[in-house]
Design a protein around this ligand. Structure first.
Ligand SMILES: *Cc1c(COP(=O)(O)O)cnc(C)c1O
Length: 218
């Protein structure tokens, strides 16, 4: 078997062995990887892929998505509102809704393009000034704004835990917040910590290097 498909299957069985209550979607994060790496997984029948840059995603995925309408593409990186239109055109899920200007732009473009995407609100639990995400204190108000005033289909919360910190406490807190807001999904867990995330009920894990190999530094 292809090594990428093999790595993917191993991750899938590790997740299954935890017997998660809710189905777990593996987003194969293919940023920086060329189509040669991606195609074997598509042929294997995998549907969920993630990218973090709009231009790169357009170049790699426009053709593939025309050929295979079942593919689901996830925008997991920081999204500038001036790229919202291109993002709405291409992606099915956006995990990084983290400010009002972006919510406004997404709402406008999905209406104009007659699309309805699935969204996550990115939460900042670490309160680090350099990190993106809505602070917990503003979360409820921002959620209501997105949902009620902007007609965005928010399906859950997303987190990127601070580096070199114990991710598990963040997963636990995010899961509790998610529950208190009656949201169905959480986007949490990466190559290093997806099993902990699944233990805390994650329904979308974003896995790059454990599937595709290590990324060369830009
Ligand atoms: C790159 C990236 C991932 C995947 O990271 P790995 O450690 O390679 O699994 C997950 N989430 C986000 C937001 C990313 O940018």
């Amino acid at each position: 078997m292809n090594t990428i498909v093999d790595s993917f299957e191993k991750i899938k069985s590790k997740i299954s062995s935890l017997k998660p209550i809710k189905p777990v979607n593996i987003i194969a994060v293919s940023k920086t990887f060329a189509l040669d790496y991606i195609n074997p997984l598509i042929s294997h029948g995998h549907l969920h892929f993630g990218e973090n840059k709009v231009q790169e995603a357009i170049a790699k995925w426009s053709g593939l998505k025309k050929e295979n309408q079942n593919l689901k593409l996830h925008m997991i990186g920081k999204l500038q509102s001036n790229k919202a239109k291109d993002a709405v055109k291409l992606f099915d899920y956006i995990h990084s809704v983290d400010n009002q200007k972006l919510a406004d732009a997404l709402s406008k473009h999905q209406l104009n393009l007659n699309k309805k995407l699935n969204y996550f609100i990115q939460v900042n639990l670490g309160n680090e000034i350099q990190k993106s995400g809505i602070p917990v204190g503003e979360l409820e108000a921002f959620y209501n704004y997105c949902k009620n005033e902007k007609n965005l289909k928010i399906i859950g919360l997303m987190i990127i835990p601070p580096l070199e910190d114990n991710a598990e406490k963040y997963f636990k807190t995010l899961a509790e917040l998610n529950k208190s807001m009656a949201l169905a999904h959480t986007s949490m867990g990466m190559s290093a910590d997806y099993l902990e995330a699944v233990k805390h009920g994650s329904t979308f894990v974003r896995i790059g290097s454990s599937i595709f190999g290590s990324r060369s530094k830009p």
